[in-house]
Design a protein around this ligand. Structure first.
Ligand code: IVH
Length: 677
């Protein structure tokens, strides 16, 4: 092991601080001030230093977010203060009752108050957790469990980026501080998670709450790390040996919690009196669909902490708080039929056809049933009365059958043995929940494949949407994906509802897609497990389409961030002669994805790290950074012994002093320009 110097230790400290700061700006404030690449650069520098000096690895290092080994089971944790539940108010009347009870209770106690001040925040629909910080560093994360005893999920909560590994601010570094809140999935990420799982033939989660709970309780923290969970704090638990926390009002305390580096409920506010409370409840319900996460109500708490103390607790819930629930987004309707849709990868998805019903303000007539097992698990029969639930933007789901109202006329659904689109016998791989149509030229697959190819994140062909693809296939002008590049204005004009302008626009849009970056092309092919990110990783590594088609599983596995499943899937795709000839045909028809920009491997700054300071007179900071990268070097934002040069412009800052101290060569802007010339 190398002997650390104090400069190394300082560098590690500085990197940890910087990375925490940037992570907070990115994940909590959503206001990043550096690029992802700069963040990664710092992260990798820290990883290298920690590898060389394992004794200097700090428990709050951002590299500690992942890395813990899988567990056999979760140890249990006793909560210092029980984690209680909340009483519910189902409507405004019950809210009025709550306010009256609070005032009556306090009046008994000699506090005759006309109007009580309450805090308003959302009731998150996730998993309650308690986070314990010792001297400011995250020491333990635990689930609520039964309220008294929870499970120790420390390694898993560490992977959640919106949970600070170290509290911000000086006052936080003393004693022990417990933060309580909710771990949840935001809607968008929940939907992508389910889409990916469906694609992989895995079971999908019924709702974001189940997904959060399942993800937080993974025995392998690496798996939790792959799930984009989020954390909102809603309160302080036990605080010991730290008298600096505000003990006057909950709203002050929550401001402090926010300053410690946490996200608190969006729209957190205080209101005074029952009328203001009622209108806040109405407003919150109206805005619920525009939130990025699921909520089923608001939580109302007495703001004055002294009054909270007087009010105290009932058996399992505080007298000073209530959850005011929103109207349910569930309704009862009839399951008229189950139809099967065939996706791009050939997956057969059962879809419930429902008697249209209004759920939370929207008419629902279809709902996904995910797969065959789901229908069996729920024991659904055609003709059943079913409960459907709409979860914000999430596709409506059939929750359960109301078996008590069966008449005997309900019929079981038989999952087809043949593809409903092309009659090819379907296949179901053992261990997979998904049934697939194996026919490579199944029209439904072709349809969805073209749709995916043309989609915004793929080849971005405007005008080639669902209806247009159907039209082209129906009239036989397109049989396979590459045929789109043979379409002519004349041909299109013959189709119903197609004029000259729309036809030539489409032909132009298709032609424009011939030159897209390779990363998009790889994504556009619709290979299982290959999303936009994986497409970019592969493209960055192989750079040209010629090299892409020659990739084998071993080479793919060597790429950063590519797992065995993805490697296998890509290799299988490229090894399939039909897919190969499809790619060849695309190329023959003029599809030439651009190679990804190559990093220069032998420029003047090869292997060098440069730091820029001060104002440059002939170029912007960004231009200078690009020049460094173009010439094979790296740019860092802080000076260390490993810095090769510091480029000093007008009025350089402390980086110049640091360079002098560490003996790092300092060059002028002129010298820099000479070097790159
Ligand atoms: S305060 C003693 N605030 O609801 C009060 N809880 O039924 C403790 N929850 O398990 C909770 N959002 O996980 C509070 N803004 C919020 C909340 C919230 C969701 C959950 C919490 C608890 C359950 C109580």
């Amino acid at each position: 092991m190398k002997q650390p110097t104090s400069a190394i230790k300082d560098r590690i400290d500085a990197l940890v601080d910087e990375l925490h700061e940037h992570s907070h700006r990115y994940y909590v404030l959503s206001q990043p001030t550096i690029s992802d690449a700069e963040y990664d650069e710092k992260f990798r520098e820290l990883e290298r230093l920690e590898k060389d000096y394992p004794d200097l690895v700090r428990p709050d290092s951002p590299t500690m977010r992942v890395g813990a080994k899988p567990l056999e089971g979760f140890p249990t944790v006793q909560h210092k203060i029980p984690m209680l539940s909340l009483n519910n108010a189902m409507n405004e009347e019950e809210l009025v009752d709550f306010d009256e009870q609070v005032r009556r209770f306090l009046a008994k106690d000699g506090h005759d108050l006309e109007e009580i001040e309450y805090t308003i925040e959302f009731k998150f629909d996730g998993v309650a957790v308690s986070l314990s910080y010792e001297s400011g560093v995250l020491a333990q994360g635990a689930t609520r469990g039964d309220g008294t005893t929870g499970e120790d999920v420390t390694s898993n909560v560490k992977t959640i980026k919106s949970i600070p590994l170290r509290l911000r601010g000086a006052k936080a570094s003393k004693g022990s501080v417990e933060i309580r809140g909710e771990v949840l999935f935001r809607k968008k990420e929940f939907e992508s998670l389910n889409a990916e799982r469906q694609d992989r033939g895995e079971e999908t989660f019924a709702n974001p709450r189940n997904a959060a709970s399942g993800s937080l309780r993974q025995l392998d923290p690496q798996e939790t790390a792959r799930r984009p969970l989020y954390f909102f704090a809603y309160g302080l638990g036990s605080v010991e040996n730290n008298g600096d926390f505000s003990r006057a009002s909950l709203s002050d305390a929550m401001k402090e919690v926010e300053n410690l580096g946490f996200s608190i409920s969006p729209g957190f506010k205080t209101v005074k009196g029952i009328e203001a409370l009622r209108s806040a409840y109405r407003d919150a319900e109206e805005g619920r669909d525009s939130l990025p996460f699921e909520v089923d109500g608001i939580v109302i708490k007495v703001n004055d902490l002294a009054l909270q103390e007087r009010l105290g607790f009932r058996q399992r819930s505080p007298r000073w708080a209530i959850a005011a629930k929103f109207k349910p987004v569930e309704a009862v309707t009839t399951l008229e039929d189950i139809i099967i849709q065939v996706g791009r990868t050939g997956a057969l998805t059962p879809v419930a056809v429902l008697t249209p019903v209004r759920v939370g303000g929207v008419i629902v007539s279809r709902a996904t049933l995910h797969n065959q097992d789901e229908i069996e698990r729920k024991g659904l029969l055609i003709g059943d009365k079913v409960v459907v639930r709409r979860q914000g933007d999430v596709i409506p789901a059939v929750v359960a059958a109301m078996t008590a109202s069966r008449t005997g006329d309900e019929k079981p659904f038989k999952f087809p043995h043949k593809c409903p689109e092309c009659s090819t016998p379907v296949e179901r791989v053992a261990d997979e929940a998904v049934t697939r149509c194996p026919n490579p030229s199944c029209p439904a697959k072709t349809h969805n494949r073209i749709l995916h190819y043309a989609s915004r994140d793929a080849m971005d062909i405007e005008g080639l949407g669902d209806k247009m693809v159907a039209l082209l296939l129906e009239h036989g002008v397109v049989k396979e994906l590459p045929d789109i590049y043979t379409l002519t204005v004349e041909q299109l004009q013959e189709l119903p509802r197609m004029g000259e302008l729309s036809s030539s626009n489409l032909v132009e849009a298709i032609a424009a897609s011939k030159k897209r970056p390779l990363s998009r092309f790889i994504f556009a092919l619709g290979i299982r497990h290959v999303g936009t990110k994986t497409g970019a990783v592969i493209a960055r590594s192989c750079r040209t389409i010629e090299r892409f088609v020659k990739l084998d599983e071993g080479t793919l596995l060597e790429m950063e961030e590519i797992g065995p499943e993805t490697a296998r899937s890509v290799a299988e795709f490229l090894g399939d002669s039909r897919e190969r000839s499809l790619i060849e045909r695309l190329v023959d028809l003029g599809v030439h994805p651009h190679p990804e920009a190559a990093p220069v491997s032998d420029g003047v700054f090869k292997g060098k790290t440069l730091v820029l300071t001060g104002t440059l007179s002939t170029m912007s900071r960004k231009e200078a950074e690009d020049l460094v990268v173009k010439n094979g070097g790296k740019v860092s934002s802080s000076v260390s012994k490993k810095t090769s040069y510091v480029v000093a412009g007008e009025s350089p800052g402390s980086k110049l002093d640091a360079a002098m101290k560490l003996g790092v060569p300092v060059i002028t802007e002129d010298a820099f320009r000479d070097m790159v010339r």
